[in-house]
Write a protein that binds this ligand. Structure first.
Ligand code: B12
Length: 326
């Protein structure tokens, strides 16, 4: 029965994939394994991906992003009309092992295989070693945390960032819908600055060293988020400023919700993790259980991608252009 259901859904996925345009997409790709990490890196998807010499997928899909973001360093069998990545950057997570390589786009769980998830310009593709709710224990990451922060900040001047976390619920067919909630108690580092988010998911940081840095957001077992940032005095020639001119980096008014000051170019957003370990896993178990899937005992959501628009912890609906980080 489930197999019939899967076949039907897979067929729909194939149709969706076949209908996909072959236009290349400029996306960012972030890989978060248990031992490997890459990105976010900005890439352009290839025209097609043929990993096994037999099966070809459209390139403007998650598998195209995976192929470009890992420079081809991944492998996986082709089944039910899609590749199923098992090894990424040398780290292997086969189904049934406790963790699997999962794909989230702009912080959202994807309800199709990598060959069928179409990507668009500005999308942030996260590939992470996710915990498998069908295997006892917590062997991979929970859903990601996602950062919303200015791509360029002023040295010595406090700025505010916001972190949300992805929480995905599943219906009886196993279809997931991701919601975003303010992430309380997430740790954000930016160069020499470090802060913890409060009840509204925000934190205030001050970077004192000029130059490029990487934002890193972590919370418990959730997949981390990362994004490039840059600190400048405004006249040091860094982050796109001109030396000696006093050009303002123009990033002192962080967007935090109403969209009124949504200046895409000045905000970098990090994609990352999942619910507090127990909550996330149990929620997924519960929803899968509703789909009559056996639940094992004890088992359990970028580069200069700039993005504003997470009003009320809602993710952006329109891809934002990339920022320049010097
Ligand atoms: C269990 C399950 C999983 C488990 C499988 C491992 C395990 N320990 O059993 C885990 C959690 C690992 C998993 C992962 C994913 N899954 Co899944 N999964 C299911 C589920 C709930 C049941 C499948 C099942 O057990 N059937 C019963 C057995 C007897 O039949 P089976 O044919 O042998 O089942 C196997 C295949 O379904 C395969 N499988 C599971 N997921 C996927 C996804 C893809 C793309 C492929 C090709 C195969 C595949 O693993 C099963 C066990 O061996 C179905 C929903 C459903 N109700 O069918 C979704 C479902 C099959 N999964 C789906 C998806 C999208 C994924 C992910 C791509 C999600 C993501 N964003 O990461 C990933 C795959 C990532 C990757 N590396 O390719 C979709 C597929 C849609 C499509 N047409 O492409 C389904 C239909 C859910 C949905 N409605 O969105 N999944």
């Amino acid at each position: 029965m489930l197999k019939r259901l899967f076949s039907a859904v897979a067929a729909v996925g194939l149709l969706l994939g076949a209908a996909a345009s072959a236009d290349a997409a400029d996306v960012t790709v972030q890989v978060e394994g248990l031992a490997v990490q890459r990105g976010p890196v900005a890439v352009t998807t290839p025209a097609t991906v043929n990993k096994d010499g037999t099966n070809t997928c459209p390139g403007n899909t998650a598998v195209g992003a995976l192929e470009a973001g890992t420079s081809g360093d991944w492998s996986g069998d082709f089944m039910f009309g899609s590749y199923m990545p098992t090894t990424v950057l040398g780290e292997t997570h086969p189904f049934g092992s406790g963790a699997y390589w999962s794909i989230y786009i702009n912080g959202r769980y994807q309800n199709a295989g990598v060959c069928h998830v179409v990507v668009h310009d500005g999308d942030e593709v996260l590939i992470f070693a996710s915990d498998d709710p069908f295997v006892p224990g917590s062997d991979g990451f929970d859903e990601p945390v996602l950062l919303q922060a200015p791509a360029v900040v002023t040295v010595g001047q406090p700025f505010t960032v916001k972190v949300v976390e992805a929480d995905t619920g599943f219906d009886d067919l196993g279809t997931g819908t991701t919601e975003f909630h303010n992430s309380v108690g997430a740790t954000v580092t930016a160069g020499d600055a470090r802060a913890t988010t409060g009840a509204d998911g925000t934190a205030t940081l001050t970077v004192t060293r000029p130059g490029p840095f990487t934002y890193v957001v972590t919370k418990g077992n959730r997949a981390p988020d990362r994004a490039p940032g840059c600190a400048t005095t405004g006249s040091d020639g860094l982050c796109g400023t001109s030396p000696g001119t006093g050009t303002s980096p123009g990033t002192t008014t962080p967007f935090l919700g109403d969209g009124a000051n949504d200046t895409h170019a000045s905000f970098g957003r990090i994609l990352g993790v999942r619910t507090a370990p127990a909550t996330s896993a149990s929620a997924r178990r519960a929803s899968y259980a509703a789909a009559s899937i056996p639940t094992p005992p004890g088992s359990r959501t970028s580069s200069c991608a700039s993005r504003a628009g997470w009003a009320s912890a809602a993710p952006p609906t329109t891809p934002a252009p990339s920022a320049t980080c010097g």
